[in-house]
Design a protein around this ligand. Structure first.
Ligand SMILES: Cc1ncc(COP(=O)(O)O)c(C=O)c1O
Length: 391
């Protein structure tokens, strides 16, 4: 699966912050990745929901090729058209407000944090976010990421973050005050193991933000771009955020992040308040526009809902048969809890059978296939999983 020499070179050249699975990829197509020997692996991770349109989607490849031959980047000192077109698309498909571009999810969180702090003024410096939530690993984003294990080595963090357990309405009520500049949530908590928030809890967050004068930041970095069915997961809950963060699949695999805010909040940043040299490059935006046109598609979204429901029913079947403890999901964002701590072993056994999944904890295995995956392909995942769990 992987050459010894590749592992040795990686260990000598790269910092030790990633634990990689023992496989190397040299090519991708649709829902498949291929190793140097040409063995295909069914990708059930999409680069952590980063390549929803599938690997090397022909439209994305064509857009990158064409743009790369014309203009790659200019910085934000000048006007370029792909950036404006992509901002118009984000504005018109979400809250109708202006857009800020950056290069990753964590940078989108940082921009949202600065925007909320500036909008809140000197008296509103607190954030309320959720225990087990994930918003990125840079210092501001890490402060909103309610996971002590990830924060510990990096204290002191940005002050003012308060965490409440997901779906605990009383705790949310108690945490939000006139000092809160923003409440930050994911509609489905992804990194900690795919936990959809109760719709009532999300609606309460919206109400409390309105009552207290705080902003509601919805982090759609993992849930966005049709991953859960709708283009943005908040659209199925019937609320509208004040601020939304996007990244991952927005770029079709090419790095880009974005923050959009509703009209009235979208003029918070003024020249000099925030920026990024690379952000909104013609190349990144051309790739993103191509991916957006693939993913903002009713037929694809129906497919995600139908195949997601079918896959979740299959996972539930494993629970019913005593092979798993719980199944959760929305659209093609799913997870199972195991009855024991065999998560890493299950991932490794699935890899051996040619399926890429990951475990978000020793007990939880997550599935985020490219949205172009077929029902037949997902059936093979379920069959392999049954085999692995029954072993
Ligand atoms: C919900 C959410 N927010 C933010 C991030 C951070 O994105 P990035 O890794 O691009 O910095 C992630 C990454 O997994 C995420 O899932």
């Amino acid at each position: 699966m992987i050459r010894e020499e590749t592992i040795a070179r990686e260990q000598a050249a790269l910092m030790r912050n990633y634990g990689r699975y023992p496989v190397e990829f040299v090519r991708g197509e649709g829902a498949w990745l291929f190793d140097p020997e040409g063995r295909g692996y069914l990708d059930c991770m999409s680069g952590i929901s980063m390549i929803n349109a599938g690997h090397c989607h022909p439209d994305v490849v064509a857009a990158i090729r064409e743009q790369a031959g014309v203009l790659i980047n200019t910085s934000n000192l000048y006007y370029t058209d792909p950036m404006i077109e992509l901002a118009e698309w984000i504005r018109d498909t979400s809250m109708g407000g202006r857009v800020f571009f950056c290069n990753s999810g964590a940078e989108a969180s940082e921009a949202a944090i600065k925007l909320a702090r500036k909008a809140g003024g000197a008296d509103r410096t607190e954030f309320v976010s959720l225990e087990d939530g994930f918003h990125g690993r840079t210092m501001g984003a890490l402060a909103l990421t309610g996971q002590p294990g990830k924060q510990e080595a990096f204290r002191p963090l940005m002050p003012g973050a308060r965490y409440v357990p997901r779906n605990d309405q009383d705790a949310l009520r108690a945490a939000v005050s006139e000092r809160t500049c923003a409440i930050a949530i994911e509609i489905v908590q992804g990194e900690c193991g795919v936990y959809p928030l109760d719709d009532d809890f999300v609606r309460l967050a919206r109400e409390l933000a309105d009552e207290s004068g705080a902003l509601l930041i919805v982090d759609e970095i993992q849930t966005g771009m049709s991953r859960t069915g709708p283009l943005y997961a908040y659209q199925d809950v019937g609320i509208t955020p004040d601020v939304m963060c996007l990244a991952k699949s927005l770029g079709g695999g090419f790095p880009i992040g974005a923050v959009t805010a509703r009209p009235g909040v979208d003029d918070t940043f003024q020249p000099g308040d925030h920026g990024s040299t690379f952000a909104g490059s013609p190349l990144a935006c051309a790739s993103a526009l191509a991916a957006a046109h693939v993913l903002d598609d009713a037929a694809l979204q129906d497919h995600v809902r139908k195949e997601g429901a079918c896959f979740l029913a299959g996972l539930q079947g494993l629970v019913d048969d005593g092979l798993a403890a719980e199944a959760r999901g929305r659209g093609l964002m799913c997870a199972i809890d195991l009855p024991d701590d065999r998560g890493a072993q299950v991932v490794s056994d699935m890899l051996e059978r040619g399926f890429l999944v990951n475990n978000t904890s020793p007990r939880t295995v997550r599935f985020l296939p490219p949205l172009v995956v077929t029902g037949d392909e997902l059936s093979t995942v379920l069959a392999a999983l049954r085999d692995v769990l029954a072993a």
